[in-house]
Design a protein around this ligand. Sequence first.
Ligand SMILES: Nc1ncnc2c1ncn2[C@@H]1O[C@H](COP(=O)(O)OP(=O)(O)OP(=O)(O)O)[C@@H](O)[C@H]1O
Ligand SMILES: [Mg+2]
Length: 515
Amino acid sequence: MTDADEPPDDTGDVDSDDPEFSGVSEGVADSVTTSRSDPTPPEATLDDVRSEEESADEASQGLFDDLLSGQPIFENKEVLRPSYTPRKLPHREEQINNMATILVTALRGDTPSNILIYGKTGTGKTASAKFVSDELESTSEKYEVPCEVEYINCEVTDTQYRVLAQLANKFIGKNRESIDEDLADLEALREGGGDLAESSYDSPRSVEQRIEELEADRDRFEEVPMTGWPTDRVYSSFFDAVDYRERVVVIMLDEIDKLVEKSGDDTLYNLSRMNSELENSRVSIMGISNDLKFTDFLDPRVKSSLGEEEIVFPPYDANQLRDILEHRAEEAFEPDALTDDVIPLCAAFAAQEHGDARRALDLLRTAGELAERDQTDGVEEAHVRKAQEKIELDRVVEVVRTLPQQSKLVLFSIILLEKQGVHNINTGEVYNIYKRLCEEIDTDVLTQRRVTDLISELDMLGIVNAVVVSKGRYGRTKEISLSVPLEETEAVLLSDSRLGDIEDVQPFVQARFDS
Ligand SMILES: Nc1ncnc2c1ncn2[C@@H]1O[C@H](COP(=O)(O)OP(=O)(O)OP(=O)(O)O)[C@@H](O)[C@H]1O
Ligand SMILES: [Mg+2]
């Protein structure tokens, strides 16, 4: 047995530098596994361990040694990842205070207004909401007021059933926990471990009755399965569970637009009318979205109820992004790992991307990783530029990979024309090649009008550039060119199994000149 097979507690004893340990090893016939208080027989000897260390040394051919030898750049890379929740959120004080001012009502036992939060992607909505939610919960614990926050990401939990089931199970779990605590106290009282006179029960019989009631309650709270029940039943499970105790519940629905898009506004309708029926508890909703248009699809009653209070998260400007990055970089990087222009450049690039802090952090992390790979002592401006290219390319690859097949065919046609050195491609030329490609893979051919629409969509995605030019008395036409790197984009298209099957593309391009 090697030390790696030992449970972690024991491995500490296998340190041959430990003077105490060497004493033990001599005394107990070179035992390396027995802890001092544990007289189990030795399973490996120090010699075994030593010889393994040596052979590990010999076995290594230094693959990682070189990579490890450079100056470390990151002190804690996790701090730059999206999953990290920062403790400080510069430039969001106003929004955070607004949220707190509305939600403090919950700590006073009243129902806060519903809140709708919106702002572009990467403007700190989720980070701020989580920060406020943590504060609210910890303050409610401190003052022992029954206020609870439930955060739901509707991109993941995207149907009424799932939202209600998640909420129901959360409160069912909490109810059971508190029932178990009460039962433990009552059982102690029954067994004579507590003083009946000091309790609110006047007789052993009433204690007994209360125990029976609680046990029945506990059995009643059955977990909701993740599928299979009628939605009505899930709703009433949630309703009963939340109303079991007095409390104020704040439900945060992040990416609420995804829920509405996928499943309509029933969930919001049901949640927003609950308060009129709840007896002990109150529910308040905080919706978060980066797309305000979703409110157009809401029932007017839901819309006005949800938007009782609105908080806008404006995009960050370059200076604000700089502050945000500086705070995070302090923890993430080793001292002096960044040259002076790194953070301002990341901030400037991300400010162009509609002030997206996520983008700024991605850039900074990627630049650090590239510097690490180059084994330089620090991150330089060039790493940021390379990181920007890499992130942009990753985005393109992802967009192209997930295009519908017809759009892929249109894009492939444009690429084939560009590869032939054709400039200022027009829609008719694209359409001719596109038709041949469709025939080749035996798929439906769309009308030229539809293909023109698909070209406009590719333009909006930033993959092609299509400008309308006037041809005088010949009318107007579109001039199309590729806005993304040709080879990489072609490679992504060809990785699609059907497009990859198209064999010799040359003849198709000839079609342009034939037509
Ligand atoms: N003011 C800030 N200070 C520090 N970090 C921030 C700040 N604002 C945003 N961030 C960070 O930027 C990233 C994106 O923020 P967040 O996830 O809150 O954006 P969002 O507004 O919810 O975007 P989306 O609409 O795409 O969900 C996160 O890593 C977050 O920690
Ligand atoms: Mg978010």
